[in-house]
Design a protein around this ligand. Structure first.
Ligand SMILES: C[S@@+](CC[C@H](N)C(=O)[O-])C[C@H]1O[C@@H](n2cnc3c(N)ncnc32)[C@H](O)[C@@H]1O
Length: 304
C-alpha cells in the first residue's frame, strides 16, 4: 500500500536527521506554492517527514492534519529542536494514539510512528488550531501566524502614526492584514498589494480585507516582488527566520521596497530600536527621517 501512495514533507527537516524522497510533496504553509495539508484527502499519503513548528497549538494542529492525511500504517517522522517543541513531541503523539520510537540527535528529538488505525484526539486538535474571528482584534486569525492573538506593539505604534496615504502601494509582510486595514481607511489609496510568506496569514488577510482595491499575494519578498512605480510601501519587517534572529530578512525587505517605489515614493517602516536598519535605508533612499521612537520601537519615513 505504502508504495502506491504519495509521500509528504513539511518544512525543511535537516536531511542528515530525517531523509525524505525527492518526490515528496511539500506541505509547509511557509513555502509559497506548496500543497495544502488541510485539503489533502484523508488516508492519501504513504509517509510524511515533518519539521514540526514551535507553537504548541499550531504543532498539534499540523500533526493532526498529517495523521489525517496519512493512510493507516503510513509512517510519520516528526522532529523538532529540543527547545522548540521537540521534547514534547513523543507525549503529543502518544495522545493521538501513536506508538512512538524516539531518538535524540543534534539537539533535535526525532519521533517515528505509524499512523494508527483509529487515531484519537484529531478533531479536538483541529478545532483548537483552526482559524477564528478574534473579537478584540476584529480580525480573522489562526494560531501559528505572526502575533496571532495580540497586536504586535511595533505594528500598533506604526498604525497609530501612519498618515492617510494615497495612490498605489504595498504592505510587505502583511500578516493577517492589521496594517492594511488602516492603510485602506484612506479613500485616496487606489490599490494595495498585500504580500506574506505564510499561506495561513494570507488566507486570513483575504477574509479580513474585503476591498476591491486590495490584492493579496502568497510570496517570499526575498525572491523579488514584481511591482514598480509604487507611491508607498508600509512594513513591519520580520527579523526572525525559523526562530533565530536574521537581520538580512529585514534588509531584503528594505531593498525590495526601494526597488518597487517610484522616485519620491515613501516607505513607512517600524522596527525594533536595536536593529541597524538606518544604515541599509540611507544608501537606497534620498531622505531617511526617524519619526517616532517609543516602547523600544522606531518608525522611519524614507523617501526614494
Ligand atoms: C513582524 S510581522 C508583521 C505582520 C503584519 N504586517 C502586522 O503588522 O501585524 C512580519 C510578517 O512578515 C512575514 N514574512 C516573514 N518572512 C517573509 C518573507 N520572506 N516574505 C514575505 N513575508 C514574510 C511573516 O509571516 C509576518 O507575517
Amino acid at each position: 500500500m505504502h508504495d502506491t501512495k504519495l509521500d509528504g514533507i513539511y518544512g525543511t527537516p535537516p536531511a542528515e536527521l530525517a531523509a525524505s524522497p525527492p518526490t515528496a510533496i511539500q506541505f509547509s504553509p511557509l513555502i509559497p506554492g506548496s500543497h495544502k495539508l488541510e485539503g489533502q484527502e484523508a488516508g492519501s499519503l504513504g509517509a510524511m517527514v515533518m519539521l514540526a513548528p514551535p507553537g504548541t497549538v499550531e504543532r498539534r494542529h499540523e500533526t493532526a492534519l498529517a495523521l489525517r492525511a496519512l493512510a493507516p500504517g503510513g509512517l510519520l517522522t516528526i522532529l523538532a529542536p529540543k527547545d522548540k517543541g521537540g521534547s514534547r513531541l513523543a507525549k503529543e503523539l502518544k495522545g493521538f494514539g501513536c506508538t512512538v520510537t524516539e531518538t535524540s540527535r543534534r539537539h533535535h528529538r526525532i519521533c517515528v510512528c505509524e499512523r494508527p488505525a483509529s487515531p484519537t484526539g484529531i478533531d479536538e486538535a483541529l478545532a483548537e488550531g483552526r482559524p477564528r474571528l478574534d473579537q478584540s482584534l476584529g480580525l480573522w486569525t489562526q494560531p501559528g501566524v505572526f502575533s496571532w492573538n495580540r497586536v504586535d506593539p511595533g505594528s500598533a505604534l506604526l498604525e497609530q502614526n501612519l498618515p492617510p496615504l494615497s495612490g498605489r502601494g504595498a504592505d510587505l509582510g502583511c500578516g493577517i492584514g492589521f496594517l492594511s486595514r488602516t492603510i485602506l481607511s484612506s479613500a485616496k489609496v487606489q490599490h494595495l498589494v498585500l504580500i506574506d510568506i505564510d499561506r495561513r496569514a494570507i488566507e486570513m488577510a483575504e477574509r479580513n480585507i474585503v476591498d476591491p482595491r486590495a490584492e493579496v499575494r502568497w510570496a517570499d519578498v526575498r525572491g523579488g516582488i514584481p511591482l514598480s512605480g509604487l507611491d508607498f510601501v508600509v512594513m513591519n519587517p520580520p527579523f526572525h527566520d525559523g526562530g533565530a534572529e536574521d537581520q538580512s530578512l529585514g534588509q531584503a525587505f528594505i531593498r525590495r521596497a526601494a526597488e518597487a517605489l517610484r522616485p519620491g515614493g515613501i516607505c513607512w517602516l517600524v522596527a525594533n530600536r536595536h536593529l541597524p536598519y538606518e544604515a541599509v535605508l540611507k544608501p537606497l533612499f534620498r531622505r531617511v527621517t526617524p519619526k517616532i521612537e517609543a516602547a523600544g520601537y522606531k518608525i522611519y519615513e524614507a523617501q526614494k
